[in-house]
Ligand binder design. Sequence first.
Ligand SMILES: [Zn+2]
Length: 265
Amino acid sequence: MIYPDLRFMHAGGDGGPRSTTHVVVIHATDNTASASAEATFAQHRPDNTSAHFYNDEGAVIQALDTSHIAYGCLYHGNQISIQFEMCGLSNRLSDATMRKVAPIVARVCHDWDLPVRKIGAQDVRNGVTGICGHADITAAFPQDHGDHTDPGLTFPWSTFISYVEGASVQISDIDAQYLTWRVEAITHMFDQIREGPEKGANCDIVQTLKRIENELKALTAPSTQAPALSDGELNALAQKVAALLPQPPSAADVAEELAKRPGNG
Ligand SMILES: [Zn+2]
């Protein structure tokens, strides 16, 4: 998944599709470079080290599809994780840096069905899902001989988790896709009705849409939990559909047009 609203700078270390997703791994870059500089470096770095996201206080840059393997925490960790590099030093990441990335961490957890909770090395080893630090990955998989301890022993996990919990998760791609499809389907059906037997009938757009919505609900109910449209949503939809219909001329326009015609009357 590549989020279209984020800047994307493809990292050179792209391990291709990942089959397991258990954890979000939080790193600190342990230097003072910006997210843009880190992402630029990751495009060409000779050791192929990479992360899915780089962020500082001002920007979050995506560098890999979240369904791909990043090369950020050695073999076993890379196989199971989506990785975030926060720019700054371990134990000294700024509050603004943590707040900046929190909504994206929330979104990833939402989209990958990962609970927003801090887990430790033992949890990681046992396949428990959640959010952990690079340090936890290092401790979970000693066979990989890692030595990284970022984001540091005093990283404020409870504060960070509270930022992630508080971040509003935007409508997921799937939800947006479903709604778009529904509007398209209703628009299409309305077109058919407009050209069909009811053509010319003086039908109320909202009433017609309500009937179509009920039909759609019957069609899709077994496979989705889509809620019925509220009156407000129906009205919004009706306006959208009405905007697609050819505009009937106003009485004034007709009168003006008729008046222009020679020999009229
Ligand atoms: Zn790290």
